[in-house]
Ligand binder design. Structure first.
Ligand code: HGY
Ligand code: MN
Ligand code: MN
Length: 420
């Protein structure tokens, strides 16, 4: 048997109905309150979703691996056991008010690739490994892409274990508590390639009427956690001139973040998504505010300029209001350029299948952004309705899901080498 470097025939497609059924089945675990999902990382719901995923992978004949950060690996053997595997996957954890497809489409799309290979009796030279990366969202435990960051050597594992959530629980303890802390050394696995299918989480593909996003780059990101310290006081009896109002400082910095992002157009974004004032009582001037600035750009120079302008503006606002200030970077990665050979493979697959496609830069961060540091990596995207994501109303069509997974199937199988 010889490995043929051929691409799969255009008539080879995945089973879109089976994929959609699996997406809907997974969506039943950790339901949100408005039709989406709340399956946050290393919660019991996350554990349930992991079990379902593992059962499906074992039913598809995979052997399972689990590393010390809880990342799951489902391996389908190739004909050449010495060949490095092709990895394909994303994440099953969701935002607290997340959608049913963010991350999940990439994991179950990878599983659908294996299920289709089994149906067609196709062997590949390289093994294929479907992956569920732990804590991609970074919402319960910052930063985002935590496990893939440890895997790529960006984060120290003990530092990751010590990350705490709003209740002071540590990530490592919670991973152990749900029973999904593996024994494999994180990052020991070497990859031939990594491919990730993901919904766009933005409006471009739908607006342009394109079915497939060929992701050439990912924008860079800074998350800056700012703590402002003022003085709790009575909102009624304290004269305005005597106030040291951390809430006011936060509001002004939020406004500054927006203005700085607008000053760096095109291709820059900025907002504050997480914000807490203390003591958070109706008739107490907030003596403390803790909030996270999220700024992003595909252009490194703009990203760097935005960070320094945000820090300068925040310091100036704090000074004007007599507030103490600390700024802690809690998330960062530079803009990413994905592997050109794999990008061409994805684009050629969309062409072969006759699917409309567009080269695109990923607005959101993904595990692929870190894995790109240690292996040739690429992403495939499908549209999402109104570009909406990180919202329970996130929606895609079965057709978009199937076409995105068809392209993923073709790109993975071509990269893994069909053995006739
Ligand atoms: O923040 C992000 O871009 C990703 O959704 N975690
Ligand atoms: Mn995601
Ligand atoms: Mn997300």
């Amino acid at each position: 048997m010889s490995p043929t470097p051929q691409a799969p025939g255009a008539n080879l497609k995945i089973d879109g109905a089976r994929l959609w059924d699996s997406l809907m089945e997974m969506a039943k675990i950790g339901p949100g309150v408005a039709g989406g999902n709340n399956r946050q990382t290393v919660t019991d719901a996350d554990g349930e979703g992991r079990t379902l995923f593992q059962n499906w992978c074992e039913a598809a004949g995979c052997t399972m691996g689990l590393d010390e950060m809880g990342t799951m690996f489902a391996r389908r053997e190739g004909t050449d056991p010495a060949a490095l595997p092709v990895y394909v996957g994303s994440h099953l954890d969701t935002q607290p008010t997340g959608g049913k497809y963010d991350g999940v489409l990439g994991v179950l799309g990878g599983l659908e690739v294996l299920r289709t290979l089994n149906d067609l009796g196709i062997k590949t030279r390289h093994p294929i490994v479907v992956t569920n990366w732990t804590n991609e969202e970074g919402t319960r435990f910052a930063p985002a892409m935590l496990a893939s960051g440890v895997f790529a050597g960006i984060h120290d594992q003990d530092w990751a274990y010590a990350r705490t959530d709003a209740d002071g629980k540590a990530f490592g303890d919670e991973l152990e508590r749900i029973g999904w802390k593996g024994t494999e050394k994180v990052g020991a696995r070497k990859m031939h390639a990594f491919l990730e299918l993901h919904i766009e989480q933005g409006p471009i593909l739908e607006a342009e009427g394109k079915d497939i996003g060929v992701v050439t780059h990912g924008q860079g990101l800074w998350w800056l956690e700012i703590t402002l310290t003022g003085k709790d006081a009575h909102t009624g009896s304290t004269p305005m001139a005597m106030r040291v109002n951390a809430g006011l400082g936060m509001a002004r910095i939020m406004e500054a973040v927006h203005a700085i992002a607008m000053d760096h157009q095109p291709g820059a974004v900025g907002a504050v998504g997480q914000a807490n004032v203390y003591p958070n009582s109706r008739n107490v001037i907030p003596g403390k505010a803790v909030f996270t600035v999220d700024i992003r750009s595909p252009d490194l120079e703009k990203l760097t300029s935005m960070r320094s302008q945000v820090e300068a503006a925040a310091a100036g606002i704090a000074k004007d209001l007599g507030l103490g200030i600390s700024i802690e970077p809690v998330g960062h990665f530079d803009p990413v350029t994905f592997d050109p050979t794999l990008v061409n493979t994805v684009r050629a697959a969309a062409e072969r299948l006759g699917y409309s496609h567009l080269d695109i830069v990923s607005g959101a961060g993904h595990d692929a952004c870190w894995i790109n540091r240690v292996a040739p990596t690429v992403m495939v995207m499908c549209p999402c309705k109104d570009g909406l994501s990180h919202n329970e109303a996130e929606e895609i069509t079965p057709d978009w899901a199937a076409k995105g997974t068809d392209v993923l199937f073709h790109a993975v199988v071509e990269t893994a080498g069909i053995v006739t």
